[in-house]
Design a protein around this ligand. Structure first.
Ligand SMILES: [Zn+2]
Ligand SMILES: [Zn+2]
Length: 409
């Protein structure tokens, strides 16, 4: 971390209100920090008093600050079995890394560590050339990627946590991570007591893992009427019906974005009025000329793909994970982790609302090729290595956090 960024981070922590920085039940949490000039992550830190924690942040200006979702009686002990587990917040993580967006082909690249094969877009699970699974990736933040992450977060909160699980909004704390996504924390005692298996079951439901159409009542036999669902049905039956209803509406408006094949969409379009009526009037008969059980299965698969929510499952089921601390700065962007209400989520603009350092033009020189990016209402780049430009301080910090520019004196 450059001295320039370090001084800014320190000034931020000095003026940050303690209440915003401190997580609930601070004394029971383990903290971890990446600190400039120190190797790796400093683990097993604990703070009994909020002011000591703030003092630590001011003094050490961490590049990254994390705390455990887990609560322990002895969070400072350096062995997990000695910490004395008492519970763990239920966390949902939605991260651009896990979401496929078409723009990734334009701004993300990866290189296989085994055979040096390079590619663009989302990092593959296995190298297509040598089968290796270790990559150097260069990812970028863009508006469409973060919009998609926000859309998934809305889906998680509105369609799953609120509607299907019946959880009140005031049980959820929503955060912009400071970089590539959003987190939803549930910190009530009943969530904290959930077992790993219970967490996995919830994650499986939300991601549609192991969903069986027969088990939720879909009857698709060529010899009888095809029995589907209606929009008032609970659980995945209702999710699929509402997804189908929305799809028909979008088809009528001529702007459907879905993985379902054109030929199958045409069949839905041809039957759209009768189908909508049945979905609304709780008539489960899905028999229509030309749409046999096989085609329905394809269509439903496509709808499930659109409706399911792309959470990062290991974050939800792992009860010993460190998560980014509230209102701390992200060392790869200089953006601040923001706590949001559900109402604040919709208009939230990470590239404006999470920018801490504003004003002050800085003359900078690029240390690498820089893709186009936006800070507040100004778009910068793309730049070539060695280009020089005068930019707002937020843009300079953003690039400096990525080691992509230096400030010229
Ligand atoms: Zn390879
Ligand atoms: Zn993108």
């Amino acid at each position: 971390m450059s001295e320039y960024v370090k001084a800014l981070f320190q000034a931020y922590y000095r003026q940050a209100p303690v209440d915003a920085l401190v997580p609930k039940d601070i004394a029971k949490r383990e903290f971890g920090f990446v600190i400039p000039g120190k190797k790796g992550m400093i683990r097993h830190q604990a703070f009994l008093e909020p002011k000591d924690y703030k003092g630590f942040l001011v003094q050490n200006t961490p590049v990254h600050a994390y705390h455990s979702a887990t609560l322990y009686n002895s969070p400072w002990k350096d062995r997990m079995d000695l910490k004395d587990y008492t519970g763990c917040d239920l966390i949902f993580d939605i991260d651009c890394d896990h979401i496929n967006t078409p723009c990734k082909k334009d701004h993300d690249t990866w290189t296989c560590k085994e055979c040096s094969k390079q590619g663009t877009g989302k990092v593959p699970e296995k190298c297509p050339k040598c089968g290796g699974n270790k990559f150097d990736d260069r990812t970028w933040l863009c508006d469409s990627c973060l919009d998609k992450a926000k859309m998934e977060t809305r889906k998680l909160i509105d369609n799953f946590l609120t509607r299907d699980f019946g959880l009140p909004l005031d049980a959820m704390a929503i955060y912009f991570s400071g970089q590539r996504g959003y987190h939803v924390h549930l910190e009530r005692d009943d969530f904290r007591k959930m077992s790993t298996d219970a967490r996995r079951e919830m994650a499986d439901y939300i991601t549609s893992t192991g969903l069986s159409l027969a088990s939720i009542g879909f009857l698709g036999k060529a010899t009888t009427n095809i029995m589907g669902f209606t929009i008032k049905d609970p659980g995945w039956a209702g999710q699929i019906s509402r997804g189908l209803f929305d799809l028909i509406e979008m088809l009528s408006a001529g702007k459907a974005s879905t993985s379902i094949k054109e030929r199958e969409l045409e069949l839905l379009k041809a039957n759209k009025d009768r189908l909508k009526k049945r979905l609304l009037e709780h008539d489960t008969n899905w028999s229509f000329a030309g749409i046999g059980p096989g085609i329905w299965n394809h269509i439903i698969e496509g709808i499930v793909e659109d409706v399911r929510c792309d959470i990062d499952v290991p974050v939800t089921i792992d009860i010993h994970r460190l998560i980014r601390a509230p209102a701390t700065l992200h060392g790869k962007t200089g953006l601040v982790n923001c706590k949001l209400t559900r109402d604040q989520l919709d208009p939230f603009d990470p590239f404006t609302d999470a920018v801490v350092f504003k004003g002050n033009a800085e003359k900078i020189k690029m240390l690498a090729d820089v893709p186009r990016f936006r800070i507040e209402d100004k778009t910068y780049g793309p730049y070539k290595k060695d280009d020089i430009d005068t930019v707002a301080i937020g843009a300079a910090v953003f690039l400096m956090c990525k080691n992509m520019c230096e400030v010229l004196k």
